[in-house]
Design a protein around this ligand. Structure first.
Ligand code: F6P
Length: 320
C-alpha cells in the first residue's frame, strides 16, 4: 500500500501547476497519505530536496501562476546513473510513489524512474498542448487567453498605423497555440507545422487587402519555424504593407490560471491520487479525452502522438 507520496513540477512552468499541486496534496491527505514536495523538479529530486507538507502549504495557491515548488530542466536525467540517484533519494525518504506535473520531457523522466522501481503518475502540465495522451494540458487555456489579450492590444496599434503585425507565439513544435489563437482572433494568417507558410498565397492575400484599403493584418506564427524579421522584410517588399514583428515569449507562461485550467488541474490531481490508492498501483499518465479523465500505462502514453483538433485547419481557412 502507498503511504507516502511526493509531487514535483518539471519542465517549462504552466499556469495551473499550483492548482494541481494543491489538488494532489489535499486529495492525498484526504486519503490518509503523507504528502511531500520536491523542489526544483527532477533536478531537485537528484539533489534530494524533498520536504513533507500539510494542508496549510496549499493555502491561497489555487490562483497563483508559476509553480511555488519551482521547476527546472535537466537533460542529464537521461543518464542511467542520474535517474538512479533520484530513485535512491526517494527510497531514502521511504517515499512509495511520485506524481510529476509537466510535459513530455517530464514523463520520460518518470518513465526512467519507473524502470528503477518507483511508482510514478504523470500529469500533463504545459502551455504547448503537445502531449499525445491527452486532448488538453494544464496551462494551455490560460496561455491562449494571454495571447488573445496581447493580440487584442496589438490590433489597436496595428490598425491605427495600418500595419501588418507578425506575432510569434510559443508551442515548441506544436501549432495548437498558434492555430487556436488565430481562430480566436480572426487573424488574417497563421503559420505553424500543421498550417505551413505558402508565401505566394500570403503575399497575394495581403496585396489584395492593401488594394482594397483593408487597414491592417494580423499573422500568428509558431516559434522555431522561421525568422519572423526576415519574413517581415519580404512582406513589406512584396505587398507594400508596413510590417512589424512581436515575440510574445515567456509572457505566455505567466499569470493566474483561468477557471478552466484550475478545474482541469483539480480533476487531474484527484485522479492521480485515486490511481495511487489502487490495491496494486502501477506507473501511469493521466489525461482528458472527450471530457473524460483517462489514464494509460506510462510506456504506452509516452509513445502516443498528439492529435490536432479535427477540422480546426479547415475552419481557420474558411473563416479567414
Ligand atoms: O514547453 C514550454 C515552453 O514555453 C515552450 O513553448 C518553449 O519552446 C520552451 O518552453 C521555452 O523554454 P525555456 O523557458 O526553458 O527557454
Amino acid at each position: 500500500m502507498i503511504r507516502k507520496i511526493a509531487i514535483l513540477t518539471s519542465g517549462g512552468d504552466a499556469p495551473g501547476m499550483n492548482a494541481c499541486l494543491r489538488a494532489c496534496i489535499r486529495a492525498g491527505l484526504y486519503q490518509g497519505k503523507e504528502m511531500y514536495v520536491v523542489y526544483d523538479g527532477l533536478r531537485g529530486l537528484v539533489e534530494g530536496d524533498i520536504r513533507q507538507v500539510n494542508k496549510d502549504f496549499t493555502q491561497d495557491i489555487i490562483n497563483r501562476g508559476g509553480t511555488i515548488i519551482r521547476s527546472a530542466r535537466i537533460p542529464e536525467f537521461k543518464e542511467e546513473a542520474v535517474s538512479k540517484k533520484a530513485a535512491d533519494n526517494l527510497r531514502d525518504f521511504e517515499i512509495d510513489a511520485l506524481i510529476g506535473i509537466g510535459g513530455d520531457g517530464t514523463f520520460r523522466g518518470l518513465q526512467a524512474l519507473s524502470k528503477h522501481g518507483v511508482i510514478c503518475i504523470g500529469i500533463p502540465g504545459t502551455i504547448d498542448n503537445d502531449v499525445g495522451s491527452t486532448d488538453e494540458t494544464i496551462g494551455f487555456a490560460t496561455a491562449l487567453n494571454t495571447i488573445c489579450d496581447c493580440v487584442d492590444k496589438l490590433k489597436d496599434t496595428s490598425g491605427s498605423h495600418q500595419r501588418c503585425s507578425l506575432i510569434e507565439v510559443m508551442g515548441r513544435h506544436c501549432g495548437d497555440l498558434a492555430m487556436f489563437a488565430a481562430l480566436a482572433e480572426g487573424a488574417e494568417g497563421v503559420i505553424c507545422v500543421e498550417h505551413p507558410l505558402k508565401k505566394e498565397v500570403l503575399f497575394r492575400k495581403l496585396r489584395k487587402m492593401k488594394a482594397q484599403n483593408k487597414s491592417h493584418a494580423i499573422i500568428i506564427v509558431s516559434e522555431n519555424l522561421l525568422d519572423i524579421n526576415e519574413l517581415a522584410g519580404e512582406i513589406a517588399k512584396e505587398t507594400g504593407f508596413d510590417t512589424r514583428t512581436e515575440v510574445l515569449g515567456r509572457l505566455q507562461r505567466g499569470g493566474s490560471p483561468t477557471a478552466h485550467d484550475r478545474i482541469l488541474a483539480a480533476r487531474f490531481g484527484a485522479k492521480a491520487v485515486e490511481l495511487l490508492c489502487d490495491k496494486e498501483p502501477t506507473s501511469r499518465i493521466v489525461g482528458i479525452k472527450q471530457n473524460e479523465i483517462v489514464d494509460y500505462p506510462i510506456d504506452e502514453a509516452v509513445e502516443m502522438k498528439h492529435r490536432h483538433t479535427h477540422g480546426l485547419r479547415d475552419l481557420i481557412d474558411m473563416l479567414q
